[in-house]
Write a protein that binds this ligand. Sequence first.
Ligand code: AMP
Length: 474
Amino acid sequence: MERKNQQYNGLKEECGVFGIYDINGHDTARITYYALHALQHRGQESAGIAISNGKIIDYHKGNGLVTEVFNDKNISELRGRVAIGHVRYSTTGLNQIYNAQPIVVRYRNGYLALAHNGNLVNADELRKELEESGSIFQTSTDTEIIVHLIARYITKGMVEAVKMAMQKIKGAYSLVIMTEKALYAVKDPNGLRPLCIGLLDDSYCFASESCAFDVIGARLIREVSPGEIVEVSEDGIKSYALEGQKKEAFCIFEYIYFSRPDSVIRGISVYAVRREMGRRLAMEYPVDADLIVPVPDSGIPAASGYSEVSGIPYGEGLVKNKYVGRTFIQPDQAHREIAVRLKLNVLAESIRGKRIVLVDDSIVRGTTSKRLVSMLRSAGAKEVHLRISAPPVKFPCYFGIDTPSRKELIGSKASVEDIRKMIGADSLGYLSIDGLLSCFDHVGFCTGCFDGNYPIKVPEEGSKFKFEAGVCYG
Ligand code: AMP
């Protein structure tokens, strides 16, 4: 997670991590490259791989997509058995190469490389403390704070050093860490962000999402537990638990929007749960209509669930430009609207003269929905009913999902009826928080973006937390 202008400035990063300890003679760098490809949706700004040949840790990282950072030559030069990789998302202006991960350092006992998904909430005070006691920082990320803390305690052994660092840091962190000879996966005591364990032949690997295992042919074993440290070395795999309170508060937005639908997280299929959200939405907000149209790709599973319950046919009414990806857009409103048009166009043939139910997973600022409703109307839709498979996003995320400050969240400023008017829909229905939670057999979620109940005390919103940069559209 990144700091801006020496001022802690949260809410900017979503990342993907991967790690492998190979004992089967795989081309470890290339496996990591493929896995990062599968995790590309979690971050498009920089990518990197660190690899150990048993003696030193080498690395390559750079700004851009995985395919832009790596080529056959630089991948072939990365040789070794233990590797970690990272894809990073941050908003505009902060894509300095020195902030790309993994962070690789050489300290008195050897090498250490670390890749982080999440966001610390006490980074400012920790950085100050470390700087006052002589630490010199090379990046503006809070990830480097974790590296410094581990290096500081390393004489106690790696696992103990990680535990001691965990006792100091607060916030969301799913980490993969490597030394020359071992690989570690670590999750914060609330288990806010995903991180799972897989097996590729007999080699253990870790990934933010199981879709990375599918690509490389690995088998999903289980999710890393909240507060767990998993170590893989020549002695095999070992698990350690951080002492003290652990209260799972997994980010529910991972299921709603952020993770890939083909991932399985904590034993739950993301696709199946999104479909269930659509089913519940149809029960909570039925409407008489002719066609259910998803906002591709984010609204597809929920739209199909809505269609199943309502009996209204599901059909394509919007076409997505495949080559836009998660476009990085300038932060002003005019550019955001262009972004919507760049990405989605109306299939006039299928919607003309029809009463449409438009289904999406979330409304953040309202730009996408407003634009789409007006595009559908211009193309001849008779009515447009908007259905959202999540509750209104009312509060910012402090734990690694990029959401703007409260004043920019339409759900925090306006009532549902006012939002409907602003967006121009004939009706608007959001899934309730209870309806959302009833889609799961599990408990233990962070629903802070909907109800302001965060699992950890968060900094007060104000001068330190302002949304200054761009937004990416899913
Ligand atoms: P907005 O136009 O600001 O209301 O954004 C809503 C659209 O952005 C929806 O289509 C969502 O699927 C997508 N979205 C929701 N959360 C995020 C996020 N954290 N980053 C990027 N896109 C998002």
